[in-house]
Design a binder for this molecule. Structure first.
Ligand code: AMP
Ligand code: ZN
Length: 147
């Protein structure tokens, strides 16, 4: 487990290592990815350390998403992005390398070489329904409302 003391993004938040900041407030920091998929690739993080989104504070994520939205708009308006991917990896199997919750905001340009790919699987209506039930039961346990 990575502690706050050792965490590279916590070090960036504390100013112990340099970063190219594009936005900062009390709770949220956004900075350029050091090894970008495209120019303008930005990482948005809650300042409070959490290993991944499941361990994060809901309020912090809500604040982060506000910044993600604004950066997405800025990438289109100021960097002429023709599209933007928002990505968020949780756990090594999902490609997470840095164990501090973060969102990737990746601008897309004509003829770029960014590949975000997955193969689709076919599920029957019964299988979809079984999954839907499981997930809606989870939600009922954590929230007081249905949706
Ligand atoms: P992930 O695979 O989702 O954990 O992505 C981690 C991202 O952090 C990668 O895209 C790295 O290029 C980026 N990264 C790692 N160290 C730094 C750093 N010191 N400053 C900016 N970005 C970084
Ligand atoms: Zn951290």
């Amino acid at each position: 487990m990575v502690t706050e003391a050792d965490c590279i993004f916590c070090k960036i938040v504390r100013g112990e290592i340099p970063s190219k900041k594009v936005y900062e407030d009390k709770d949220t920091l956004a900075f350029l990815d050091i090894n970008p998929a495209n120019p303008g690739h930005t990482l948005v993080v809650p300042k409070k350390h959490s290993e991944d989104i499941t361990k994060s504070d809901e309020e912090d994520i809500a604040k982060v998403m506000r910044v993600v939205k604004n950066i997405t708009t800025n990438l289109k308006e100021k960097m002429n992005a023709i599209g933007v991917n928002v990505m968020q990896n949780n756990g090594k199997p999902a490609g997470q390398i840095v164990a501090h919750t973060h969102f990737h905001v990746i601008p897309r340009y004509p003829n770029d070489v960014v590949v975000i790919s997955y193969q689709r699987v076919q599920l029957s209506d019964e299988q979809l329904e079984e999954i839907r039930k499981k997930l809606s039961e989870e939600k009922k346990r954590s929230f007081d409302f249905d949706f």
